[in-house]
Design a protein around this ligand. Sequence first.
Ligand code: HEM
Ligand code: CU
Length: 614
Amino acid sequence: MAVTEVQIDEQHAGHDDHDHEHHGNFVTNYIFSQDHKVIGKQFLITGIFWAIIGGGLSIIFRLQLGFPGIELEWLRPLLGNWITETGQLDTEFYLALVTMHGTIMVFFVLTAGLSGTFSNFLIPLQIGARDMASGFMNMLSYWFFFLSSVIMFISLFIETGPAGGGWTIYPPLSALPQAIAGSGLGMTLWLVSMVFFIASTLLGGINYITTIINLRTEGMSFTRLPLTIWAFFLTAILGLLSFPVLVAAALLLVFDRSFGTSFYLSDIYIGGEALPNTGGSPVLFQHLFWFLGHPEVYIIILPALGITSEIISTNSRKPIFGYKAMIGSMMGIGVLSFVVWAHHMFVTGMSPFLGSIFMILTLVIAVPSAIKAFNYITTLWKGNIRFTTAMMFSIGLVSLFISGGVTGIFLGNSALDIFLHDTYFVVAHFHLVMGSSAFFGMVAGIYHWYPKMFGRMLDEKLGYVHFWLTFVGVYMVFFPMHYIGIAGFPRRYYSFTNFDAFSSFGDLNMFVTVAAIITFGAQFIFVFNFFYSMWRGKKAPLNPWESNTLEWTTPREPGHGNWPGKIPSVYRWPYDYSKPGAEGDFIPQTVPLSQTPESNLPHEAEEAKEEKVD
Ligand code: HEM
Ligand SMILES: [Cu+2]
């Protein structure tokens, strides 16, 4: 199937002498499109929509944390009965807000919005393919995500409210519909939505892997792939191996909820009455959840790291430092990410011996993570740095990844974690290392590839303002959380003012809330820039960042099939920047070695002799 399709496209593209598709109608071109570029943009726009919702929800619960008991009557038109008669935020709705914020950010924004966007958009363009292996599956992948989004969105508006058991949906809270309001229909919709979401991820992942293995253009060996592609490739493999386990966990949860089984339930008393369930274990759920959950955090960060590699190298005008070490460390992270999950469960009463095994494995992950951080810094070192907005966000990512990674080493020690678990210290850790870093990677990617996506440039001045407000903002929001966390401030509490011990946290919490509002507000500068530039931005030159990779050899707005004529062949790796002896400071991948004798390294001179150029 795929083969014939590709051939047809080849012919079609040969005749196509202008940039736009000239057949199909609006629906097939922009809605049910099978073109990877359109699908990538669909993921992006849906992701931006969810980021605004997810961010907005966090502002509502931050208001309660920063100003306990604050009067929120003005939100009644939006939240209805979730504002109590006395004008405060409902306690159970607070839990629903935290749950939905986490779910939306982790899955809809930083998985679908990040990986979905850039894997789709960049894989064919950077490996030199006309499209994904299966355009149809790719389209399904987006529409499953869309369906999942619609269901999750509906759950925000039902009478009993959305799921409220945390983004990790631990039973028994999630298993007993009578537990809290959100454990009823809201939880059911959460589960249904996630099953569609996982189907979407798997369809996408299979496609990414197949495309990267089979459809690379001539000369594009694995050791000539840009690191973005390596990152998307490994991410897709992680997703394919881990998401099905979440389906299993969810399915058993559905059985417990609706069909009277006891996989996760045992010895539960409600109002003095014992429930009939015996023999199950809520800890089983945690094992299944985190077997996905931990790889998931790397599914989120790896694409962002790949994007960063590409942007930092291009804008340092230097080859990426340690290309093979970067690939090796991503593989190392990938393998290790499957054997550390129980570090989220040190306090479940596991044997200290088992805990120490997971502790050692967890701390080993710090090694490949540190290799990546060092390689970014050594790439920057003595580079001829161009501070584009994308570059600023990429350097910002490196900073955030290090700041957040360091506290992972604290948490990875089981003895320390018993004290820190479920405090704001954990919240600080993962918001820096995953939340903010991956968000920075995503935004960097948008600034860098926007010219390819929309044929126009984003405004760089607005970009700078956006960067500085966001960079300072996220540190102001998440850094103080370490202090209140170490002091014992717990996560997922509606109210902390009832305890004397916690009364001293008021000031920092207020500071964090104000910073969060400013940081969230700053994102609208970006949203404006994004939509305004689509119509009014400066027209993009063909290769605005003077980059080596293949996507910049396509027309300004590539049509279906990406290259009007033959797909270009590739003769070198993508990081020939500032090569000694070369004329310019970059040599695109499409320039044969035999044309650059002045800059070839000895082994390249050998290769050049055998090179077939067409
Ligand atoms: C040096 C590497 C890292 C180590 C040793 C580490 C260790 C840990 C540990 C032990 C916890 C559990 C804390 C607790 O709940 O008590 C944790 C939580 C978490 N980590 Fe990391 N981490 C590292 C890097 C990362 C990275 C790179 C990401 C994401 C990209 C990440 C995302 C998370 C998330 C999302 C949670 C909290 C999940 C939740 O309870 O809701 N971590 N980390
Ligand atoms: Cu983990």
